[in-house]
Design a protein around this ligand. Structure first.
Ligand code: AMP
Length: 467
Protein backbone atom coordinates (compact mmCIF):
# COMPACT_ATOMS: atom_id res chain seq x y z
CA UNK A 1 0.00 0.00 0.00
CA UNK A 2 1.49 3.38 -0.89
CA UNK A 3 2.68 5.21 2.17
CA UNK A 4 0.56 8.21 1.22
CA UNK A 5 -2.47 6.13 1.92
CA UNK A 6 -1.25 5.51 5.41
CA UNK A 7 -1.68 9.15 6.30
CA UNK A 8 -5.03 10.16 7.59
CA UNK A 9 -6.65 12.04 10.40
CA UNK A 10 -9.83 11.03 12.12
CA UNK A 11 -12.30 11.70 14.88
CA UNK A 12 -13.97 8.83 16.73
CA UNK A 13 -17.21 8.84 18.71
CA UNK A 14 -19.42 6.22 20.34
CA UNK A 15 -22.49 6.22 22.58
CA UNK A 16 -24.45 3.59 24.51
CA UNK A 17 -27.62 5.18 25.86
CA UNK A 18 -30.93 3.26 25.89
CA UNK A 19 -33.88 5.61 25.48
CA UNK A 20 -31.88 8.38 23.83
CA UNK A 21 -31.61 9.42 20.20
CA UNK A 22 -28.10 8.03 19.83
CA UNK A 23 -27.75 8.88 16.13
CA UNK A 24 -28.44 12.54 16.85
CA UNK A 25 -26.04 12.55 19.82
CA UNK A 26 -23.40 11.05 17.54
CA UNK A 27 -24.16 13.63 14.87
CA UNK A 28 -23.49 16.48 17.33
CA UNK A 29 -20.48 14.65 18.74
CA UNK A 30 -19.04 14.47 15.24
CA UNK A 31 -19.68 18.19 14.80
CA UNK A 32 -17.37 18.80 17.75
CA UNK A 33 -14.76 16.49 16.19
CA UNK A 34 -15.00 18.03 12.72
CA UNK A 35 -11.49 19.50 13.01
CA UNK A 36 -10.10 15.93 13.12
CA UNK A 37 -11.37 15.12 9.63
CA UNK A 38 -13.29 17.11 7.05
CA UNK A 39 -13.46 14.78 4.13
CA UNK A 40 -16.13 12.30 5.10
CA UNK A 41 -18.45 11.51 7.98
CA UNK A 42 -20.41 8.44 8.99
CA UNK A 43 -22.58 6.91 11.70
CA UNK A 44 -23.44 3.27 12.41
CA UNK A 45 -26.24 2.46 14.85
CA UNK A 46 -27.56 -0.73 16.41
CA UNK A 47 -31.05 -1.45 17.67
CA UNK A 48 -29.86 -4.55 19.53
CA UNK A 49 -30.10 -6.96 16.63
CA UNK A 50 -29.02 -5.22 13.47
CA UNK A 51 -26.47 -2.55 12.53
CA UNK A 52 -27.34 0.22 10.05
CA UNK A 53 -24.80 2.62 8.62
CA UNK A 54 -24.85 5.90 6.75
CA UNK A 55 -21.67 7.55 5.49
CA UNK A 56 -20.90 10.22 2.91
CA UNK A 57 -18.13 12.45 1.64
CA UNK A 58 -18.23 15.98 3.00
CA UNK A 59 -18.56 17.79 6.28
CA UNK A 60 -20.82 16.46 9.02
CA UNK A 61 -23.59 18.94 8.19
CA UNK A 62 -23.66 17.91 4.52
CA UNK A 63 -23.28 14.18 5.10
CA UNK A 64 -26.54 13.70 7.01
CA UNK A 65 -30.14 14.73 6.45
CA UNK A 66 -32.97 14.50 8.97
CA UNK A 67 -34.12 11.42 7.06
CA UNK A 68 -30.71 9.72 7.34
CA UNK A 69 -30.59 10.32 11.07
CA UNK A 70 -34.14 9.00 11.40
CA UNK A 71 -33.14 5.75 9.72
CA UNK A 72 -30.37 5.16 12.28
CA UNK A 73 -32.54 4.06 15.15
CA UNK A 74 -31.30 2.10 18.15
CA UNK A 75 -29.59 2.57 21.47
CA UNK A 76 -25.92 2.24 20.49
CA UNK A 77 -24.06 4.21 17.83
CA UNK A 78 -20.58 5.03 16.65
CA UNK A 79 -19.43 7.87 14.40
CA UNK A 80 -16.40 8.84 12.40
CA UNK A 81 -14.94 11.89 10.68
CA UNK A 82 -12.07 11.35 8.30
CA UNK A 83 -9.50 13.24 6.30
CA UNK A 84 -6.96 11.57 4.07
CA UNK A 85 -4.61 12.55 1.29
CA UNK A 86 -6.22 13.00 -2.14
CA UNK A 87 -5.02 9.58 -3.35
CA UNK A 88 -7.33 7.72 -1.03
CA UNK A 89 -10.19 10.21 -1.02
CA UNK A 90 -13.07 7.95 -2.02
CA UNK A 91 -16.60 7.48 -0.64
CA UNK A 92 -15.94 3.78 0.06
CA UNK A 93 -13.05 4.72 2.32
CA UNK A 94 -15.30 6.71 4.65
CA UNK A 95 -15.82 5.36 8.19
CA UNK A 96 -17.19 3.58 10.10
CA UNK A 97 -16.16 0.32 8.45
CA UNK A 98 -18.60 -2.57 8.63
CA UNK A 99 -17.74 -6.29 8.40
CA UNK A 100 -20.55 -8.83 8.10
CA UNK A 101 -19.52 -12.47 8.53
CA UNK A 102 -20.82 -15.71 10.03
CA UNK A 103 -19.39 -14.48 13.34
CA UNK A 104 -21.82 -11.55 13.22
CA UNK A 105 -21.65 -7.89 12.29
CA UNK A 106 -19.00 -5.50 13.56
CA UNK A 107 -18.61 -1.80 12.79
CA UNK A 108 -15.48 0.15 13.68
CA UNK A 109 -14.49 3.82 13.87
CA UNK A 110 -10.72 4.05 13.82
CA UNK A 111 -8.30 6.89 14.46
CA UNK A 112 -4.63 6.22 13.76
CA UNK A 113 -2.64 4.15 11.32
CA UNK A 114 -1.53 0.54 11.36
CA UNK A 115 1.96 0.33 9.93
CA UNK A 116 1.67 -3.40 9.19
CA UNK A 117 -1.72 -3.32 7.48
CA UNK A 118 -0.37 -4.59 4.14
CA UNK A 119 0.75 -7.88 5.73
CA UNK A 120 -2.54 -8.29 7.61
CA UNK A 121 -4.48 -7.46 4.47
CA UNK A 122 -2.66 -10.11 2.44
CA UNK A 123 -3.37 -12.74 5.09
CA UNK A 124 -7.05 -11.83 5.14
CA UNK A 125 -7.26 -11.85 1.33
CA UNK A 126 -5.73 -15.32 1.32
CA UNK A 127 -8.44 -16.45 3.70
CA UNK A 128 -11.13 -15.13 1.33
CA UNK A 129 -11.93 -11.57 2.48
CA UNK A 130 -12.77 -9.28 -0.43
CA UNK A 131 -11.81 -5.75 0.49
CA UNK A 132 -13.92 -2.85 -0.66
CA UNK A 133 -11.49 -0.11 0.33
CA UNK A 134 -7.79 0.70 0.45
CA UNK A 135 -7.82 1.61 4.13
CA UNK A 136 -6.08 0.08 7.10
CA UNK A 137 -9.33 0.66 8.99
CA UNK A 138 -11.09 -2.00 6.90
CA UNK A 139 -8.20 -4.43 7.51
CA UNK A 140 -8.46 -3.80 11.23
CA UNK A 141 -12.23 -4.24 11.19
CA UNK A 142 -12.05 -7.62 9.44
CA UNK A 143 -9.27 -8.69 11.73
CA UNK A 144 -11.55 -8.10 14.71
CA UNK A 145 -14.63 -9.52 12.95
CA UNK A 146 -13.06 -12.82 11.95
CA UNK A 147 -11.42 -13.76 15.23
CA UNK A 148 -12.98 -16.69 16.95
CA UNK A 149 -13.24 -16.46 20.72
CA UNK A 150 -15.61 -16.85 23.64
CA UNK A 151 -16.29 -13.12 23.89
CA UNK A 152 -15.52 -9.81 22.26
CA UNK A 153 -12.68 -9.04 24.67
CA UNK A 154 -10.71 -12.13 23.74
CA UNK A 155 -11.42 -11.46 20.04
CA UNK A 156 -10.19 -7.88 20.33
CA UNK A 157 -7.14 -9.00 22.32
CA UNK A 158 -6.25 -11.57 19.66
CA UNK A 159 -6.56 -8.90 16.99
CA UNK A 160 -4.51 -6.43 19.03
CA UNK A 161 -1.68 -8.93 19.31
CA UNK A 162 -1.25 -8.54 15.53
CA UNK A 163 -1.72 -4.79 15.19
CA UNK A 164 1.37 -2.58 14.96
CA UNK A 165 0.77 1.15 14.98
CA UNK A 166 -1.77 3.62 16.22
CA UNK A 167 -5.40 2.75 16.86
CA UNK A 168 -8.04 4.29 19.01
CA UNK A 169 -11.27 2.48 18.25
CA UNK A 170 -14.98 2.64 18.88
CA UNK A 171 -16.28 -0.85 18.03
CA UNK A 172 -20.02 -1.40 17.58
CA UNK A 173 -21.54 -4.83 18.08
CA UNK A 174 -25.29 -5.41 17.90
CA UNK A 175 -25.48 -5.39 21.72
CA UNK A 176 -22.41 -3.51 22.94
CA UNK A 177 -20.03 -0.62 22.42
CA UNK A 178 -16.32 -1.33 22.86
CA UNK A 179 -13.54 1.23 23.26
CA UNK A 180 -9.94 0.28 22.50
CA UNK A 181 -6.67 2.19 22.73
CA UNK A 182 -3.39 0.82 21.40
CA UNK A 183 -0.67 -0.09 23.95
CA UNK A 184 1.17 3.17 23.17
CA UNK A 185 -1.96 5.30 23.50
CA UNK A 186 -0.79 7.21 20.43
CA UNK A 187 -4.21 8.67 19.60
CA UNK A 188 -6.50 9.94 22.34
CA UNK A 189 -9.74 8.29 23.45
CA UNK A 190 -11.88 9.39 26.39
CA UNK A 191 -14.82 8.06 28.34
CA UNK A 192 -17.76 10.24 29.34
CA UNK A 193 -21.15 9.83 30.94
CA UNK A 194 -24.43 10.96 29.47
CA UNK A 195 -27.96 10.68 30.93
CA UNK A 196 -28.64 6.97 31.10
CA UNK A 197 -25.49 5.93 29.31
CA UNK A 198 -21.87 6.27 28.30
CA UNK A 199 -19.91 8.03 25.59
CA UNK A 200 -16.53 7.54 23.94
CA UNK A 201 -14.83 10.34 22.02
CA UNK A 202 -11.43 11.23 20.64
CA UNK A 203 -11.58 14.49 22.54
CA UNK A 204 -13.46 15.78 25.55
CA UNK A 205 -14.77 18.81 23.61
CA UNK A 206 -17.39 16.43 22.17
CA UNK A 207 -18.70 15.69 25.68
CA UNK A 208 -19.41 19.34 26.40
CA UNK A 209 -21.23 19.70 23.10
CA UNK A 210 -23.70 16.92 23.90
CA UNK A 211 -24.06 17.66 27.62
CA UNK A 212 -22.03 14.64 28.76
CA UNK A 213 -19.58 14.72 31.64
CA UNK A 214 -15.94 13.72 31.30
CA UNK A 215 -14.91 10.63 33.25
CA UNK A 216 -11.35 9.82 32.16
CA UNK A 217 -8.96 8.96 29.35
CA UNK A 218 -8.70 5.32 28.42
CA UNK A 219 -5.31 3.97 29.41
CA UNK A 220 -2.92 2.89 26.67
CA UNK A 221 -3.80 -0.72 25.85
CA UNK A 222 -7.12 -0.61 27.73
CA UNK A 223 -10.35 -2.13 26.44
CA UNK A 224 -13.73 -1.01 27.78
CA UNK A 225 -16.95 -2.87 27.09
CA UNK A 226 -20.14 -0.86 27.50
CA UNK A 227 -23.39 -2.81 27.55
CA UNK A 228 -26.40 -3.52 29.80
CA UNK A 229 -23.93 -4.21 32.64
CA UNK A 230 -22.49 -0.69 32.42
CA UNK A 231 -18.77 -0.15 31.77
CA UNK A 232 -16.37 -3.03 32.25
CA UNK A 233 -12.71 -2.19 31.95
CA UNK A 234 -10.01 -4.64 30.85
CA UNK A 235 -6.76 -3.01 31.88
CA UNK A 236 -3.72 -3.17 29.66
CA UNK A 237 -1.15 -5.89 29.82
CA UNK A 238 1.50 -3.91 31.75
CA UNK A 239 4.35 -5.67 29.94
CA UNK A 240 3.10 -4.35 26.56
CA UNK A 241 2.07 -0.88 27.69
CA UNK A 242 4.54 1.81 26.52
CA UNK A 243 2.84 5.14 26.62
CA UNK A 244 3.73 7.35 23.64
CA UNK A 245 0.92 9.79 23.01
CA UNK A 246 1.23 11.96 19.91
CA UNK A 247 2.83 15.22 21.01
CA UNK A 248 1.36 16.99 17.99
CA UNK A 249 -2.12 16.57 19.48
CA UNK A 250 -1.06 18.93 22.26
CA UNK A 251 0.59 21.43 19.92
CA UNK A 252 -1.97 21.77 17.16
CA UNK A 253 -4.27 18.93 16.38
CA UNK A 254 -6.68 18.69 19.31
CA UNK A 255 -9.07 21.51 20.10
CA UNK A 256 -7.91 23.96 22.80
CA UNK A 257 -11.06 23.35 24.87
CA UNK A 258 -10.27 19.62 25.11
CA UNK A 259 -8.67 18.07 28.18
CA UNK A 260 -5.56 16.05 27.50
CA UNK A 261 -3.25 14.49 30.06
CA UNK A 262 -5.32 16.12 32.78
CA UNK A 263 -4.95 19.65 31.47
CA UNK A 264 -7.04 22.02 29.37
CA UNK A 265 -5.07 22.41 26.13
CA UNK A 266 -5.77 26.13 25.99
CA UNK A 267 -3.71 26.49 29.17
CA UNK A 268 -1.05 24.02 28.03
CA UNK A 269 -0.60 26.07 24.86
CA UNK A 270 -0.43 29.31 26.84
CA UNK A 271 2.49 27.78 28.72
CA UNK A 272 4.11 26.84 25.39
CA UNK A 273 3.86 30.53 24.39
CA UNK A 274 5.36 31.70 27.68
CA UNK A 275 8.19 29.19 27.38
CA UNK A 276 8.75 30.31 23.77
CA UNK A 277 9.23 33.91 24.91
CA UNK A 278 11.67 32.82 27.62
CA UNK A 279 13.70 30.90 25.03
CA UNK A 280 13.45 33.47 22.23
CA UNK A 281 12.75 36.93 23.60
CA UNK A 282 12.15 39.74 21.14
CA UNK A 283 11.75 43.51 21.11
CA UNK A 284 8.36 43.98 19.55
CA UNK A 285 5.34 46.29 19.90
CA UNK A 286 2.60 43.69 19.40
CA UNK A 287 2.17 39.91 19.62
CA UNK A 288 0.00 38.66 16.75
CA UNK A 289 -1.36 35.10 16.56
CA UNK A 290 -1.91 33.31 13.30
CA UNK A 291 -5.56 32.47 13.94
CA UNK A 292 -7.02 30.30 15.24
CA UNK A 293 -4.62 27.60 16.33
CA UNK A 294 -1.91 29.81 17.83
CA UNK A 295 -4.16 32.14 19.82
CA UNK A 296 -3.56 30.43 23.20
CA UNK A 297 0.23 30.43 22.75
CA UNK A 298 0.18 34.09 21.65
CA UNK A 299 -1.72 34.96 24.83
CA UNK A 300 0.97 33.17 26.88
CA UNK A 301 3.76 34.86 24.91
CA UNK A 302 2.18 38.30 25.40
CA UNK A 303 1.68 37.74 29.14
CA UNK A 304 5.20 36.53 29.71
CA UNK A 305 6.78 39.35 27.69
CA UNK A 306 4.47 42.16 28.72
CA UNK A 307 4.06 42.98 25.00
CA UNK A 308 0.53 43.89 23.90
CA UNK A 309 -1.54 41.07 22.38
CA UNK A 310 -3.20 42.21 19.15
CA UNK A 311 -5.39 40.60 16.53
CA UNK A 312 -4.12 41.81 13.21
CA UNK A 313 -5.09 38.88 10.98
CA UNK A 314 -8.70 38.05 10.34
CA UNK A 315 -9.41 34.55 9.14
CA UNK A 316 -12.26 33.64 6.87
CA UNK A 317 -13.68 30.69 8.77
CA UNK A 318 -15.49 29.31 5.76
CA UNK A 319 -12.44 28.56 3.66
CA UNK A 320 -11.27 25.03 4.44
CA UNK A 321 -7.76 24.13 5.47
CA UNK A 322 -5.16 25.41 3.02
CA UNK A 323 -3.65 21.96 3.53
CA UNK A 324 -6.47 20.28 1.70
CA UNK A 325 -5.67 21.97 -1.58
CA UNK A 326 -4.15 19.39 -3.86
CA UNK A 327 -1.20 21.32 -5.25
CA UNK A 328 1.26 23.94 -4.10
CA UNK A 329 -0.08 26.76 -6.33
CA UNK A 330 -3.61 26.30 -5.01
CA UNK A 331 -2.25 26.07 -1.48
CA UNK A 332 -0.53 29.46 -1.87
CA UNK A 333 -3.71 30.96 -3.27
CA UNK A 334 -5.46 29.44 -0.26
CA UNK A 335 -3.45 31.62 2.12
CA UNK A 336 -4.65 34.78 0.37
CA UNK A 337 -8.20 33.54 0.37
CA UNK A 338 -8.01 32.78 4.04
CA UNK A 339 -6.50 35.83 5.78
CA UNK A 340 -6.95 39.60 5.65
CA UNK A 341 -4.80 41.99 7.68
CA UNK A 342 -5.80 45.06 9.69
CA UNK A 343 -3.53 48.00 8.66
CA UNK A 344 -4.78 50.14 11.56
CA UNK A 345 -3.34 47.60 14.01
CA UNK A 346 -0.09 47.02 12.12
CA UNK A 347 0.96 50.51 10.98
CA UNK A 348 4.49 51.27 12.24
CA UNK A 349 4.55 48.23 14.54
CA UNK A 350 7.25 45.64 15.19
CA UNK A 351 5.38 42.35 15.19
CA UNK A 352 6.07 39.08 17.01
CA UNK A 353 4.09 36.62 14.86
CA UNK A 354 3.15 33.39 16.65
CA UNK A 355 2.39 30.15 14.83
CA UNK A 356 2.09 26.60 16.14
CA UNK A 357 4.09 24.94 13.40
CA UNK A 358 5.72 25.48 10.04
CA UNK A 359 5.12 22.39 7.94
CA UNK A 360 5.82 22.98 4.26
CA UNK A 361 6.43 26.70 4.79
CA UNK A 362 3.59 27.61 2.45
CA UNK A 363 1.66 29.74 4.94
CA UNK A 364 4.47 31.72 6.57
CA UNK A 365 5.92 33.71 3.65
CA UNK A 366 2.63 35.15 2.36
CA UNK A 367 1.63 35.96 5.96
CA UNK A 368 4.90 37.78 6.64
CA UNK A 369 4.43 39.70 3.36
CA UNK A 370 0.83 40.49 4.25
CA UNK A 371 1.87 41.95 7.62
CA UNK A 372 4.59 44.09 6.03
CA UNK A 373 2.32 45.27 3.19
CA UNK A 374 -0.13 46.43 5.83
CA UNK A 375 2.34 48.54 7.75
CA UNK A 376 4.43 46.23 10.00
CA UNK A 377 8.01 47.53 10.19
CA UNK A 378 9.47 44.25 11.47
CA UNK A 379 8.14 40.70 11.61
CA UNK A 380 9.67 38.25 14.08
CA UNK A 381 8.47 34.68 13.63
CA UNK A 382 8.04 32.62 16.79
CA UNK A 383 6.88 28.99 16.60
CA UNK A 384 5.57 27.19 19.68
CA UNK A 385 6.93 23.76 18.68
CA UNK A 386 10.30 22.45 17.51
CA UNK A 387 10.90 22.14 13.75
CA UNK A 388 8.91 19.38 12.06
CA UNK A 389 11.53 17.30 10.28
CA UNK A 390 9.86 13.94 9.90
CA UNK A 391 6.51 12.71 8.55
CA UNK A 392 3.85 11.17 10.72
CA UNK A 393 3.04 7.54 9.97
CA UNK A 394 0.66 7.23 12.87
CA UNK A 395 -2.39 9.31 12.12
CA UNK A 396 -1.61 12.95 11.29
CA UNK A 397 -1.36 14.20 7.74
CA UNK A 398 1.98 15.95 7.95
CA UNK A 399 3.30 15.92 4.35
CA UNK A 400 6.13 13.80 3.00
CA UNK A 401 9.64 14.29 4.29
CA UNK A 402 10.61 15.79 0.94
CA UNK A 403 7.96 18.49 1.45
CA UNK A 404 8.87 19.40 5.04
CA UNK A 405 10.80 22.67 5.00
CA UNK A 406 12.73 21.90 8.20
CA UNK A 407 13.97 18.61 6.73
CA UNK A 408 16.11 20.57 4.25
CA UNK A 409 16.76 23.99 5.73
CA UNK A 410 18.27 25.20 8.98
CA UNK A 411 16.22 27.45 11.24
CA UNK A 412 18.11 30.53 9.98
CA UNK A 413 17.53 29.51 6.35
CA UNK A 414 13.82 29.05 7.06
CA UNK A 415 13.72 32.55 8.55
CA UNK A 416 15.36 33.96 5.42
CA UNK A 417 13.10 31.99 3.11
CA UNK A 418 9.92 33.25 4.72
CA UNK A 419 11.29 36.80 4.90
CA UNK A 420 11.19 37.20 8.71
CA UNK A 421 13.50 39.60 10.58
CA UNK A 422 14.19 36.85 13.11
CA UNK A 423 12.90 33.38 13.87
CA UNK A 424 12.75 31.17 16.95
CA UNK A 425 11.30 27.71 17.60
CA UNK A 426 10.43 26.30 21.01
CA UNK A 427 12.87 23.54 22.02
CA UNK A 428 11.70 20.00 22.77
CA UNK A 429 12.69 20.50 26.41
CA UNK A 430 10.65 23.70 26.54
CA UNK A 431 7.69 21.98 24.94
CA UNK A 432 7.79 19.09 27.42
CA UNK A 433 8.09 21.54 30.30
CA UNK A 434 4.97 23.34 29.07
CA UNK A 435 3.10 20.02 28.86
CA UNK A 436 4.38 19.09 32.34
CA UNK A 437 5.58 15.75 31.03
CA UNK A 438 8.66 13.66 30.50
CA UNK A 439 9.79 12.68 27.04
CA UNK A 440 8.99 9.01 27.55
CA UNK A 441 5.24 9.46 27.58
CA UNK A 442 5.11 10.94 24.08
CA UNK A 443 5.62 10.06 20.45
CA UNK A 444 7.94 12.80 19.16
CA UNK A 445 8.42 11.12 15.77
CA UNK A 446 7.68 14.24 13.69
CA UNK A 447 10.25 16.23 15.68
CA UNK A 448 12.97 13.66 16.32
CA UNK A 449 12.49 10.85 13.78
CA UNK A 450 12.18 8.42 16.71
CA UNK A 451 8.87 6.58 16.57
CA UNK A 452 7.43 4.19 19.16
CA UNK A 453 6.93 1.50 16.49
CA UNK A 454 9.09 0.60 13.50
CA UNK A 455 7.85 2.65 10.54
CA UNK A 456 8.82 2.27 6.92
CA UNK A 457 10.77 5.37 6.01
CA UNK A 458 12.42 4.10 2.86
CA UNK A 459 9.97 5.66 0.43
CA UNK A 460 10.30 9.03 2.02
CA UNK A 461 14.05 8.76 2.16
CA UNK A 462 14.07 8.06 -1.56
CA UNK A 463 11.82 10.97 -2.33
CA UNK A 464 14.06 13.17 -0.21
CA UNK A 465 17.11 12.11 -2.20
CA UNK A 466 15.38 13.14 -5.42
CA UNK A 467 14.88 16.74 -4.25
P1 AMP B 1 2.57 25.13 6.08
O1 AMP B 1 1.98 26.26 5.31
O2 AMP B 1 2.63 23.88 5.26
O3 AMP B 1 3.88 25.47 6.69
O4 AMP B 1 1.54 24.77 7.24
C1 AMP B 1 1.60 25.43 8.46
C2 AMP B 1 0.25 25.79 8.93
O5 AMP B 1 -0.66 24.71 8.84
C3 AMP B 1 0.31 26.22 10.38
O6 AMP B 1 -0.19 27.53 10.47
C4 AMP B 1 -0.52 25.22 11.14
O7 AMP B 1 -1.44 25.88 11.99
C5 AMP B 1 -1.22 24.40 10.11
N1 AMP B 1 -0.99 22.95 10.29
C6 AMP B 1 0.00 22.35 10.91
N2 AMP B 1 -0.12 21.02 10.84
C7 AMP B 1 -1.23 20.76 10.17
C8 AMP B 1 -1.91 19.56 9.79
N3 AMP B 1 -1.44 18.35 10.11
N4 AMP B 1 -3.04 19.70 9.10
C9 AMP B 1 -3.50 20.90 8.77
N5 AMP B 1 -2.92 22.07 9.11
C10 AMP B 1 -1.79 22.01 9.80
Amino acid sequence: MPLDELREECGVFGVYAPGMDVARLTYFGLYALQHRGQESAGIAASDGTDIHVHKRMGLVNTAFSEENLGSLSGHIAIGHTRYSTTGSSHPDNAGPMVARSHFGTVAVSHNGNLVNSDILRRELEESGVEFKTTTDSEVLTWRIALNFGPDIVSRVKQAMSRFVGAYSLAVLLPDALVGVRDPHGIRPLCLGRVDGGWVLASETCAFQTIGASYERELEPGEIVVIDHNGVTSYPPDESRKREAMCIFETIYFARPDSFMKGDRLHLTRQRMGAELYREHPVDADIVVPLPDSSVPAAIGFARESGIEYAEALIKNRYIGRTFIQPDQRLREQGVQLKFNALPEVLEGKRVALIDDTIVRGTTSKPIVDLLRNNGATEVHMRVHAPPIKWPCYLGVDMAKRSELIAAHLSVEEIGQKIGADSIGYLSLEGLLKAINAGRNGFCTGCLTGQYPVPVQMEMDKLSLEKV
